[in-house]
Every structure is written in C-alpha cells, then in structure tokens.
Design a protein around this ligand. Structure first.
Ligand code: NAD
Length: 327
C-alpha cells in the first residue's frame, strides 16, 4: 500500500516509516523538520518538506493518491503546553483539522494517529485500560483527546476510518541501529539519562523520591519504539480487515521506576550517571502502568521488546555511536 507518514522525520515517525518499508509498503514522509531530522529520512522513501499548517500543500501531496495516512506531527512537551497553550492549539489541533479535511477531500480511507496516555490524567486505577475515565491533566493531553473526538465525527460523516493509538512512554531505538537521530531537547527520562552517560549533561534530575512506590521515585510504563512501530502496521491491517475504527493503548506493561532506569543505564553503559533529587512536579502521578489487552484482542499486538534491558541497551548503542562520530 502507499502510506503517507506525516511527522516521519521524528523519533517515533522514523521507526514507524522503517516498519512500513520493511513490511513492503511504499512510504512518503511529510515533515517540516521542526524537531525531525534529515538523518532520519531513509534512502528507500520519498521525502517532502512541508507543514501541516499549509492546507494547500497537504491537498497537493494527498492528491498523489495514498491508501493510508499516519499522523505523528505534533508538539509534545506537556509542561510547555501549560505555559504556551496557543502554540499547541494551533499546531496540534488546527494542523490535525487540516489533515482531516485534506484526507476527506482526497478520498483517503484510513488514518492512524499518535494519541497519548496523557488523555487519561491522574490514574483512578492501574493498569490503565481504555475504559479508564479520560481527564487530561495538561493542555497537551487535552489536544490529543479533542482530536480523537474529531475522528469520531469524521468517521461517521466522511467514512474516514481511524486508529487512535494511545502511546505510553516511547523509549529505545531500532535494534539494528537504522534510526540514529537523537531526540532533540528531550523532556523524557531515557534520552536525558543517555545524555548524562555521554557527558552531554552533568546529571539527571529526579523529580521526587518520596512517592508511594518501592524506591520512592515515579513509576512509568515504557514501550519500545519498535513495538510502537509494529502497532502501526498492525493497526492498518486491522482497519483494512474489519473496516472499523479503533482506539487502543500501546504500552509495555512493565512499570519501571526512575531510579531503576538510572541503575540499569549505569550497568549497561558502565558510566557513573549522576542524579539529583528535586521537588515533585505538580500533576505527576506516583505510578502509571498500561493494559494493552485491547490491542492484543483487536490487532493481535503485544510488546516484544519492551523489557528494560532491551530499551536501555538499544538506546545506548545509538548514543554511543553518535558520541564516537562526534569525537
Ligand atoms: N515520545 C513519546 O513518548 C510519545 C508519547 C505519546 C504520544 N506521542 C506522540 O507521538 C508523536 C511523535 O512523537 P515523537 O516523540 O516522535 O516526537 P518528535 O518531535 O520527534 O516528532 C514529531 C515530528 O513531527 C514534525 N512536525 C511537528 N510539527 C509539524 C508541522 N507543523 N508540520 C509538519 N511536521 C511537523 C516534527 O518535525 C517531527 O519530525 C507526537 O504526536 C507525540 O505527541 C509521543
């Protein structure tokens, strides 16, 4: 099939594009390179530099004829979204409305969307399944939830079938180091730990060590980025097979604490990664873990690479490579 991957030069998008290419599909990436990297564009895919705010540009591209769109283009820093909601309203919301309208006008049948666990907000029970109430704790999560609601209407009114994939914390790198672009200005734990291991930063900030968790630091669900990417090909197969839209969690089902992640990285990298404990961040829950049972039932998906060892070692290989190249 012909797949348009919007945001395909980014961290997750590059892995998703690689997975579709490996599965024998033809891939075109559309990205404005605001945080995406040329380094993440593969020789066997087409690249179009463009912005989702450019409706005419989107229509021009989509008229080439695609069977499906994967939409990953967004701003994603939850903290920043509380300080600059307008930035997130425009790029995440208006940008997606442009994509929906261009897709409907171009007769595209299937759309796969990067949603987020941020739609749930403070957990009421664990592990979080899709029946958990949605109550975003930040503006970023609100944009993802509102976009999911738009999809429901475009499904009913325009026949656009969608898969909203609610990712938990994406981590790790392609096991064969085919994606080598480092995450830009990371706000998530593992790339920060890797930057500390490479000497790109002094230490790692641990936000609170007095939570009600075994070691006092926050516990999160990490899903290996290749598992996430596999979720997109599985979602497309499912949309084509069933003709019905779906909303599912994609999580690793692990529950790894911040201190466990740092400890594992120290062991795997052999580096003395320093950390310092600071205040808790408002809105951070003690623990968040995912149930991906629905993805297993509907799409036959389960995480294969989301153990801490594989996540940390696959990241370290890429960071080490990048460090060696820079020296
Ligand atoms: N990283 C995670 O743990 C995580 C978790 C949940 C959901 N998500 C979602 O997954 C998606 C991808 O995240 P990522 O971690 O790969 O981030 P990323 O920043 O690496 O990728 C986003 C890509 O979208 C592109 N982009 C942004 N705005 C654009 C615009 N206006 N026009 C065209 N391209 C644009 C960027 O250049 C970049 O290549 C995002 O939608 C994010 O909200 C990520």
């Amino acid at each position: 099939m012909r797949i348009l991957v919007i945001g395909g030069a980014g961290y997750i998008g590059a892995h998703v594009a690689r997975e579709f290419l490996d599965a024998g599909h033809s891939v075109t990436v559309y990205d404005n390179l605001s945080s995406g990297l040329v380094q993440n564009i593969f020789a066997d895919e087409e690249f179009i530099e463009g912005d989702i705010m450019d409706f005419i540009g989107l229509i021009d591209v989509m008229r080439q004829g695609f069977d499906a769109i994967v939409h990953l283009a967004a701003f994603k820093a939850a903290g920043e979204s509380m300080l600059r909601p307008e930035k997130y309203a425009v790029n995440n919301m208006s940008g997606t409305i442009n994509i929906l309208n261009a897709a409907a006008e171009s007769g595209i049948k299937y759309l796969i969307f990067s949603s987020s666990a941020a739609v749930y907000g403070e957990p009421e029970y664990l592990p979080i399944d899709e029946k958990h109430p949605v109550n975003p704790a930040n503006f970023y999560g609100f944009t993802k939830l509102e976009i999911e609601r738009f999809f429901g209407w475009y499904d009913k009114l325009k026949g656009l079938r969608y898969a909203a994939l609610r990712y938990f914390n994406a981590a790790g790198y392609d096991l064969n180091q085919r994606v080598t672009g480092l995450e830009q200005n990371p706000a998530n734990l593992l790339p920060i730990v890797m930057e500390a291991a490479c000497g790109m930063r002094e230490d790692v900030c641990v936000f609170g060590d007095d939570y009600d968790t075994p070691d006092g630091s926050g516990v999160r669900d990490y899903v290996h980025v290749t598992d996430l990417a596999r979720g997109h090909t599985a979602a497309l197969d499912t949309l084509v097979r069933t003709g019905s839209s779906l909303t599912v969690n994609l999580g690793g089902g692990n529950g790894i604490s911040v201190l466990e992640m740092i400890e594992s990285a120290r062991r795997i990298t052999g580096k003395d990664i320093k950390y310092r404990v600071t205040e808790r961040r408002p809105g951070d829950p003690a623990k968040m873990t995912a149930s991906s049972e629905k993805a297993r039932e509907l799409m036959g998906w389960k995480a294969l690479y989301s153990d801490m060892e594989t996540i940390v070692s696959s990241s370290w290989k890429v960071y080490k490579l990048s460090k060696q190249r820079a020296e």
